[in-house]
Design a protein around this ligand. Structure first.
Ligand code: FAQ
Length: 311
């Protein structure tokens, strides 16, 4: 039996009104949001590592400045998202602890290594590209602070996607070695980018409830299909070979049919056994420990300022 509060909550959701931090909400709605938003935040922050690796190896000052600014944006996205999750009554420390102990996940894609400059192109184009498809839909999520965060994040992600595609265009139109590098990056990042959308709808543990509560507005498979469709013509424009040999336009559906994802690989990576899982977490822990003095200094400074004001 649903309570009056729950009925009013559902009426709001159905009327497309946003749920705000002080509104009543079912405990499971709150928990599910904390799970999704905090994992989204962790992805943004861990996601800085593969690209950070190439800051000292960018081929020109211009490329370096662009990459640096893109990576800094990701840090900002992480911070907006942590703040949005904090409005639901969880602390930053608790979220970081869940990440570092392996209880909380982050996007599987960031457990793949970035090996060449071409990967900077493929990450911006495909990883940020997949992120945008998902996040555009989340601009209409039912929780106000999350929806508002997504609007700003999407604007920045579209610059990221373009800078990645620009790298790919340069490589694909360059020497034969550069074109081969672009092809290799596309081959390695295409399938992991499709995995970013999560398991098939039929396997997705949280989708049904998240769709009902309008936390998610489109399903994993529908979003993945959008990404497959938009990427096909982008690959063609680059003059590269499509990594999915089974990709075929389906006139009746008005979409591309595609080959199957290697789900065993997906499950292995999210279980912690990807190429870089251990390295990513170790790096995060090290950076967090080394930054402890900054956090302590901030607390001390604020205490001093408050004591002065109280005088
Ligand atoms: N990787 O029941 P579902 C970015 C987990 S954007 C790892 O379908 P849900 C930008 C899932 O958490 C990337 N884990 O789950 C950037 C759940 O596990 P749990 C981040 C995955 O939540 C670019 C279990 O599997 N974007 O970082 C993955 O309904 C470049 C069952 O799955 C977001 O997070 C995966 N790919 O749907 C930054 C978007 N897929 O929690 C730097 C917001 C599934 O029970 C550089 N999130 N799992 O232990 C979402 O839209 C959703 O959470 C989904 C998953 C669609 C990711």
């Amino acid at each position: 039996q649903t309570s009056l509060q729950e009925q009013q909550f559902m009426q709001k959701i159905n009327a497309e009104e946003k749920i705000e931090p002080k509104d009543w909400m079912p405990e499971k709605y709150r928990k599910n949001l904390i799970r999704q938003i905090s994992q989204h935040a962790h992805s943004e922050v861990i996601g800085m590592q593969p690209e950070g690796n190439f800051l000292t190896r960018a081929p020109s000052l211009r490329r370096k400045a662009i990459l640096l600014s893109k990576i800094q944006d990701e840090a900002g996205h992480g911070l907006y998202l942590y703040s949005a999750a904090e409005t639901l009554g969880i602390s930053r420390d608790e979220m970081i602890e869940a990440l570092q102990s392996g209880r909380a996940k982050y996007a599987s894609i960031f457990n793949y290594p970035a090996l060449t400059w071409g990967d900077m192109g493929a990450i911006g184009w495909l990883v940020d590209g997949a992120a945008i498809v998902n996040q555009v839909s989340l601009q209409r999520t039912s929780y106000g602070p999350y929806a508002r965060g997504m609007i700003r994040i999407c604007k920045e992600e579209s610059f990221h996607q373009r800078q990645g595609y620009d790298i790919m265009l340069t490589l694909a139109n360059g020497t034969s070695e550069q074109k081969a590098m672009a092809q290799d990056s596309l081959n390695r990042f295409y399938w992991p980018a499709l995995m970013m959308f999560g398991p098939h709808d039929s396997e997705s543990a949280h989708s049904a409830k998240s769709m009902e509560w309008k936390i998610k507005r489109e399903t994993n498979d529908d979003l993945r299909q959008k990404f497959i469709d938009q990427t096909a013509s982008q690959i063609e424009f680059l003059g590269l070979e499509h990594p999915d040999k089974e990709l075929k336009w389906n006139e009746e559906r008005g979409h591309y049919d595609s080959g199957e994802i290697d789900w065993e690989e997906f499950h292995n990576v999210i279980a912690g056994n990807g190429h870089c899982n251990r390295q990513r977490l170790e790096h995060h822990i090290k950076a967090h420990e080394e930054g402890a003095w900054v956090r302590e200094a901030l607390v001390a400074y604020n205490a001093k300022k408050q004591a002065k004001q109280a005088e």
